[in-house]
Design a protein around this ligand. Structure first.
Ligand code: SAM
Length: 302
């Protein structure tokens, strides 16, 4: 827990934060609206004798009374996807309209890319990319199981992604769910903090900046780019978004979410960030009984 000690000045009720990091995470699934409804899934779990309850803030997320959702019939039918509650947030913040073209720059194994397709009622196009070939099969398999017919899977380094093979000049929106130090996943993976820390964050920040800049430049004027990580490190969060904002002229904008959150910060370890970074949001585990997350929404200038 030494890694998170440096966040004491940032996190409200730091003792409760530390205590939450030691508690196991509730098991949650996202209901796949391409195939079914929450009511139908609740009925199926009820008939199987498995407890399932809807989340107040998002009825498409269910907490379930088994830690193996992948062994259930609703999973095999593609009615649900095992997805952490807080990780359903970035696609909701992106809030696509049916028929739009979206680039998911770092998409495997596909929880958020398939959610984006579902939010568009499986219309339009989700370009789901990941540079790790070993993770591409899971991305494809999840798309198939969930009945997504509008997802194109690609395997490129997002930093210098080429849309030429797809014949596309620009996308309506992009999601950068960035590779990160994953500090916020420690409730699920107790060794998540091994190897994390300021040095690891500084190393990742360069890749994160380059992917986010590519996403902003690929998005049409007036389009939206959502940046998310599952880490607390400001170097990987506000630091990255602020650098790309300054380089590209993209604006950090507000978004509504019915979960407790803290504003992004304006200074950290001698660095200062633009005041608009307060419009990004930090989600701490003790505030909503979730993993840790960071989300920023950027608008591309017209
Ligand atoms: C947080 S995970 C993505 C999770 C995914 N968005 C989901 O919802 O299932 C980050 C991903 O970034 C990928 N990645 C790392 N560096 C990359 C790069 N330069 N270009 C594209 N993908 C990259 C990793 O392989 C990993 O799958």
């Amino acid at each position: 827990m030494d890694v998170v000690a440096r966040y004491e000045s940032l996190v409200p009720d730091f003792d409760a934060f530390l205590e939450a990091l030691h508690r196991p995470l509730p098991t949650t699934v996202r209901v796949n609206r391409i195939r079914t409804t929450p009511e139908r899934v609740l009925r199926a779990f009820g008939e199987a004798g498995i407890r399932a309850t809807q989340r107040d803030w998002n009825p498409w997320v269910l907490e379930i009374g088994t830690d193996k959702p992948g062994n259930t019939w609703p999973y095999l039918h593609g009615w649900i996807h095992g997805q952490e509650e807080i990780s359903t947030l970035p696609p909701l913040v992106l809030d696509p309209d049916p028929g739009e073209v979206i680039w998911a720059a770092a998409a495997a194994p596909g929880g958020k890319a398939t959610q984006l397709a579902a939010l568009m009622d499986d219309t339009g196009l989700v370009i789901a990319n990941d540079d790790n070939l070993g993770r591409i099969s899971a991305l494809r398999a999840n798309g198939d199981r969930l009945g997504v017919t509008t997802m194109a899977v690609t395997n490129q380094d997002a930093r210098n992604y080429s849309f030429d093979p797809l014949g596309i000049d620009e996308v309506d929106h992009a999601l950068v769910d960035a590779p990160c130090t994953c500090e916020g996943t420690v409730r699920k993976s107790p060794d998540a903090l091994d190897g994390a820390g300021p040095e690891a964050s500084a190393n990742l920040a360069g890749v994160q900046r380059d992917i986010l800049e590519r996403a902003v430049r690929a998005t049409r004027p007036g389009g939206t780019v959502v940046y998310s990580t599952c880490t607390f490190a400001p170097e990987e969060n506000e630091g990255v978004v602020d650098a790309v904002r300054a380089r590209t002229g993209a604006r950090v904008v507000d978004f509504d979410v019915a979960l407790v959150s803290e504003p992004g910060i304006e200074e950290w370890a001698g660095a200062t960030y633009d005041s608009s970074l307060r419009k990004s949001r930090r989600f701490y585990p003790h505030q909503n009984d979730t993993g840790g997350f960071y989300v920023a929404k950027l608008e591309v200038p017209t």
